[in-house]
Design a protein around this ligand. Structure first.
Ligand SMILES: [Ca+2]
Length: 199
């Protein structure tokens, strides 16, 4: 927030709408929304639990990895917080090539991750028909730690996560208005996360 008038406008917005999610878009710099991507190369058949520190780390704007040609024997992990903007039931969708798994925590903590969708045989890019979660009940303005892990050996690769919202509409791929950037537990002392995100 860069000016007193802007801050005042945000506070008024928050007071009238009573919505953290709406106010967050106003108060936060846009950079707080996004998804962390970590990659491991030449991993062979390694499982995630046995991997070394990632060979690269970056951020993207939505839960979508469209894939790149000739990228083989690689593992990719997406981490973010899903920000529920309404209380209700959500359904999460997953597509990928070669194989992947989507997990969502019952809160913002790593240790409460639950597997929602597991794909063991490749799908076409964003072919949403079959692979989706059970209904998940989430609460307005709370953020839930989300992790998706892709294993790519040969040929094409991609991974995309979608969501059906309580009002029946879809965000597929999930776009960044629902995605607060991942911060490791040690970073939670930063003002953004303490004051607003990690409620
Ligand atoms: Ca493949």
């Amino acid at each position: 927030m860069e000016c007193p008038a802007c801050l005042y406008a945000c506070l008024v917005l928050f007071a009238y709408l009573g919505s953290f999610a709406v106010a967050a878009k106003c108060i936060y710099p846009k950079e707080i929304f996004g998804v962390q991507v970590e990659s491991w190369k030449n991993t062979g058949g390694s499982e995630l639990s046995n991997l070394d520190p990632p060979s690269s780390k970056t951020f993207i704007n939505s839960l979508d990895l469209p894939g790149y040609p000739k990228l083989e024997h690689i593992r990719l992990r997406l981490r973010t917080y899903f920000l529920a903007q309404e209380t209700g039931t959500y359904i999460f969708y997953l597509t990928c090539d070669d194989s992947c798994e989507l997990k969502l925590s019952t809160d913002e903590k790593h240790e409460n991750l639950v597997s929602l969708v597991n794909i063991t045989r490749y799908t076409d890019y964003m072919r949403w028909r079959r692979k989706y979660s059970k209904e998940v009940r989430l609460s307005k303005d709370l953020s839930y730690f989300l992790e998706a892990f892709l294993t790519q050996n040969a040929g094409a690769h991609h991974m995309t996560v979608g969501v059906k919202l309580p009002n029946g509409s879809y965000s597929r791929p999930v776009n960044n208005e629902y995605l607060v950037k991942y911060a490791p537990p040690g970073a939670r002392n930063e003002p953004y996360y303490n004051a607003y995100v990690m409620k």
